[in-house]
Design a protein around this ligand. Structure first.
Ligand code: C5P
Length: 322
């Protein structure tokens, strides 16, 4: 039998989705500064695209949504992803040109930077033909950031630990969303720190017992299995929401507007400031998006549906024969 040996591609393009958190239960800060959490990740159809190709030196270019806000040096998680993969696989000529086409807003609570890192891992893995398994890639992803492993797999999944330990969640049906983007970004680290401060203040006032270990919402898991957005909507929760609202009080107006306009659920996504509104169906999501745009409570609105798969190769450009 002749086995087909595939030539290494000259360029690889990977598409990767944004995420929203259907539940984000935040526990106490751990010794390493991260918070233990239980979250239900849900990948939605708002995608970045990352293309990698061999180069004489590593460089990043960014186009699209918020491009000017994205660093193009080593501080970019996509650069770190390429370096980590090169190191792990002993790649000798590991310089790559990384082109990121952004549709996921930056610092928005949608894990756009993590998505680009996951896409870069998948793209470089193909470009260099390293043969690493998805399990190996997931391990590298966890070293890059809490949300990176989920961007590799997508779908709907429960995240534990600091978010990097994943188990797939049984979710039926498709969920339709309107995503309202804020004018300014929020730093994830600052939102977690504010959450701690608000909790400490409430505990000092005798208002609240100490922070408990987070627990998965079983009512939400049951609702997700039913596939009925009307059941899911009221069960969306986010422990970081009070912190995001205290940093950007205007988000309250956005959430209230979405509820008044008939959203089944209205929630800050992750560390914010994006607000995610769940609709009955695609047509209602479109109406909601139009009405939110007209209400002036946010910078822009996008429609998206989920769950969608994680980072996937959409184009391999073959090496030209020399
Ligand atoms: O893991 P990642 O680099 O995306 O996290 C960004 C920041 O968010 C961390 O530096 C930390 O301040 C905060 N974080 C946290 N607990 C988590 C995840 C993130 O405190 N489980």
């Amino acid at each position: 039998m002749i086995s087909a040996i595939r030539p290494a591609p000259a360029a690889v393009t990977v598409r990767v989705p944004a995420k929203v958190n259907l539940q984000l239960a935040v526990g106490p800060a751990r010794a390493d500064g991260y918070h233990s959490l239980v979250t239900v990740f849900h990948a939605v159809s708002l995608f970045d695209e990352v293309t990698v190709q061999l180069s004489v030196r590593t460089a990043i270019t960014v186009t699209g949504e918020d491009a000017a806000a994205v660093p193009t040096d080593r501080s970019n998680l996509a650069w770190q992803a390429a370096s980590a993969l090169a190191k792990a696989t002993g790649q000798r000529s590991a310089a790559v040109r990384i082109e990121i086409r952004k549709r996921i807003p930056v610092a928005a609570g949608l894990a756009g930077g993590s998505a680009d890192a996951a896409a870069t891992l998948v793209a470089c893995n193909e470009l260099w033909q390293t043969g690493l398994s998805s399990r190996d890639l997931a391990e590298l992803a966890a070293g890059l950031g809490s949300d990176v492993p989920f961007a590799l797999v997508g779908g709907t999944a429960v995240g534990r630990g600091r978010g990097e330990q994943l188990t797939p969640a049984l979710a039926a049906g498709t969920y339709h969303w309107a995503l309202a983007f804020g004018h300014d970004g929020l730093s994830t680290a600052q939102v977690y720190a504010t959450c701690d401060r608000l909790r400490a203040a409430r505990a000092a006032a005798g208002d609240r017992p100490g922070t408990r270990e987070p627990e998965l919402s079983h009512p939400l898991m049951t609702a997700l299995r039913s596939g009925d957005p009307a059941q899911v909507g009221p069960l969306l929760t986010n422990d970081l929401q009070p912190a995001a609202l205290s940093l950007q009080p205007a988000l309250r107006r956005a959430l209230a507007a979405g509820r008044e306009l008939g959203a089944l659920g209205a929630i800050v996504s992750g560390s914010g400031p994006t607000c995610a509104f769940l609709a009955h169906d695609a047509a209602r999501a479109r109406e909601l998006a139009v009405a939110l745009t007209g209400s002036g409570v946010c910078r822009a609105v996008a429609r998206a549906s989920g769950p969608v798969p994680g980072a996937i190769i959409v184009r391999d450009r073959d090496r030209q024969p020399s």
